[in-house]
Design a protein around this ligand. Sequence first.
Ligand code: HEC
Ligand code: HEC
Ligand code: HEC
Ligand code: HEC
Ligand code: HEC
Length: 375
Amino acid sequence: MTLLLLMGALWESPRVPAGASAPTGLAGMQASDCGSCHQEIYKEWQVSIHAHAWTDMQFQKELNKDPDVAWLCMNCHTPAADQQPERTVATGDVRNPERSVNPSYSQSWQQEGVTCMSCHWGQGGAIRGPYGDTSAPHPVQHDPGLRDSQVCMGCHQAVAQVEDTLVCAFNTGVEWQESGSDQSCQSCHMPKVERPLVPGGPVREVRQHLFLGSGIPKNSIEPGEEDYYAQLKPAIDVDLQLPERAASGTLVRGTLSLHNARADHYVPSGDPERYLLARVQVRDAQGALLTQSTARMGQRWVWWPKAERLADNRIAPDERRELPLSFAMPLGAATVSVLVEHYRMSPENAEYHALEGYPIKTEIAAFSQSIGPTR
Ligand code: HEC
Ligand code: HEC
Ligand code: HEC
Ligand code: HEC
Ligand code: HEC
């Protein structure tokens, strides 16, 4: 079958081989082991979506829907072989890989999802690092390639129709390439900070490990995490252009503009169910709702009987999407309020998957502007 060839090596096999032992000098390979020394990086990673790639409620629901193909999901969401209870070898038939019990399976490692070693596993079991001049108590493979977007592409660029109703549609890498960006994924998603790698070590230029993206958390934001989320700057700048005054009864025209100012890929990107929702409401001086409109920016797919993309109106890098609005000016003043939100999935879908209490959206902008009557 040609489909597996299309999918590339990553889905077919884990990134850290089964039975691998921890690099010399280390007690273990779990993030919690690294965290005993790399404390700040560990704290940041714990907040990140990567650390939730296994425990994510939505992921668990979807994973259990079709257990035959779960091994594929695991190779991206828990990419070390020993994070997986079964050892699998691709055979060309996506529903029937060679399967055997994994005697070195670690459940606590599985919980860590996209763990440190997903990106730091290097040749001969050394730890891939970007510097080459450190004195680490563990072997290091100096790899300047760790600063390249390629590190992220293996999981974030995956487009394939595996079966009629099973597709992978993450195109962030190609979107980024086509934008002609001069920045790597890391330069936006892992901002630079100056600090030591370990307490008491020399101060270096280090990259944060929060991997903030949409900023829609996977569970409620816990105490101590607010400061991290507060660093998020959404990609979209929202601006409302309206006349200052208008005569009652005349047609008021305005524009809501959404500028993708900060992402060198589409917004939203990645999962095809994501979308932005912009809502505009016009109220009179007494607060009565005169008119309301909404615009949805995202992809539209049918999933059955064959997955197919029907439409796509996401916002391209640097694009300014102008949404016209018009309404009849009431007597007295009018207030136009704007709410723009980023959804991971629709409320209907969350209900369908029985995901009560699971955060599905975040606010990008909420403000209002008034128009006075002409005197
Ligand atoms: C999704 C991939 C990914 C994960 C997961 C990840 N890292 Fe990194 N890490 C990187 C990349 C990329 C760099 C290189 C950044 C640069 O210098 O451009 C890096 C750099 C580092 C560095 C060197 C300092 C620096 O910022 O350059 C340390 C130390 C480090 N990581 C430790 C960890 C630890 C500990 C964990 C787990 C708690 C972890 N990393 C998880 C991708 C990852
Ligand atoms: C016992 C403490 C300790 C543990 C545990 C530890 N490290 Fe380190 N690591 C260090 C020290 C010390 C350095 C070098 C600091 C310096 O010179 O600035 C370092 C350096 C690094 C570097 C940068 C290497 C380079 O030259 O580019 C990376 C990446 C890294 N560690 C990742 C990890 C990962 C991933 C784990 C867990 C599997 C881990 N470390 C576990 C202490 C530790
Ligand atoms: C081993 C696979 C893997 C690698 C490598 C990887 N990621 Fe991820 N990444 C994931 C998965 C899986 C998720 C989603 C987890 C979830 O939602 O449950 C994710 C989520 C994210 C998000 C969060 C999106 C949001 O909704 O906020 C960002 C940002 C991100 N990754 C950036 C990066 C960057 C930058 C790199 C490279 C330095 C990288 N990733 C490397 C698998 C990977
Ligand atoms: C110029 C900065 C920039 C670059 C380069 C960049 N991103 Fe992003 N990315 C962003 C911003 C800002 C967001 C937040 C979007 C929002 O407001 O929801 C984002 C969001 C994301 C998301 C979440 C999807 C969503 O709809 O929010 C993922 C996943 C992601 N980026 C991965 C990547 C990967 C992988 C690369 C490299 C191929 C990359 N990004 C390159 C700035 C960047
Ligand atoms: C090629 C690697 C890869 C494979 C295989 C993969 N995923 Fe993911 N998954 C990702 C990445 C990267 C993201 C983050 C994209 C984003 O945030 O938009 C993600 C995000 C998710 C999310 C969160 C979506 C959101 O909007 O927050 C769910 C749920 C999910 N995957 C389920 C699965 C299931 C179930 C499978 C197996 C049928 C699977 N994934 C296979 C890489 C993969």
